[in-house]
Design a protein around this ligand. Structure first.
Ligand code: DX5
Ligand code: ZN
Length: 221
């Protein structure tokens, strides 16, 4: 599997988002991860579709939109219109998940389902066949800069096993606390896309950090 990096702009200097995205594009991640928080599903707020729409022409990087919202059914269309490539919503949301999957599919975006650290992976397995991506949270969502919860490794491994057994193309993304210390075990467990926020943006050479993460990810596999 090719190791991919999704840089999470939540950790960018938001006073100069365009410059930060330019900096990202030069550094060469595979995806731009955009965290959407509604102040209800998680105790924090970020941005809405109007901001994402304005950012769309700024970069060629695919937009990996992570909806941490209670009612994703209201936001799938606005974010698809805003230019999202992937739209991921949570298994724990108060929505009819089948309808959300259908809606995203109809709009031609790639569909992701995310699962929080305390939720058993078995709850996500019935959806795998209809997903492009399973996003396993390795922190409780809401804030950047938290520590990786290593208990989720067995959930990644279980999902990977199921994907292989069923011969699916569903990719596993892991989000939260990804650093040079945590990427190898997550890759070993079977993840292939790694969201990195604070690790990439907190200073230093972003391109070099992406290179290091990819190298460690490959060696962990
Ligand atoms: C957490 C968000 C993450 C976060 C990752 O609620 O979903 O995408 O921005 O940030 P780090 O890499 O700092 O944990
Ligand atoms: Zn995220």
């Amino acid at each position: 599997m090719t190791i991919k990096i999704a840089s999470s702009i939540r950790s960018a200097d938001l006073s100069m988002l365009r410059e930060e995205i330019d900096r990202c594009e030069v550094a060469g991640p595979d995806l731009l991860h955009i965290d959407i928080m509604d102040g209800h599903f998680v105790p924090n707020l970020t941005m809405g579709p109007c901001v994402v729409k304005k950012l769309r022409p700024v970069t060629k990087l695919p937009f990996d939109v992570h909806l941490m919202v209670t009612h994703p059914e209201h936001f799938i269309e606005p974010f698809a219109d805003a230019g999202a490539d992937y739209i991921t919503f949570h298994l724990e949301a108060e929505s009819h998940l089948d309808d959300c999957i259908e809606k995203a599919r109809r709009l031609g975006v790639k569909v992701g389902l995310s699962i929080n650290p305390p939720t058993p992976i078995e709850k996500a397995l019935p959806y795998l066949d209809r997903l492009d991506m399973l996003l396993v949270m390795s922190v409780n969502p809401g804030f950047a800069g938290q520590g990786f919860i290593s208990e989720v490794l067995s959930k990644i491994a279980r999902a990977r096993e199921e994907i292989e057994e069923r011969g699916l193309n569903t990719v596993i993304e892991v989000d939260g606390g990804i650093t040079d210390q945590t990427i190898a075990p997550a890759a070993k467990a079977g993840a292939e896309i790694f969201v990195a926020g604070s690790y990439l943006f907190k200073g230093g050479d972003m391109a070099e950090k992406i290179r290091v993460l990819k190298e460690l990810g490959v060696s962990g596999q």
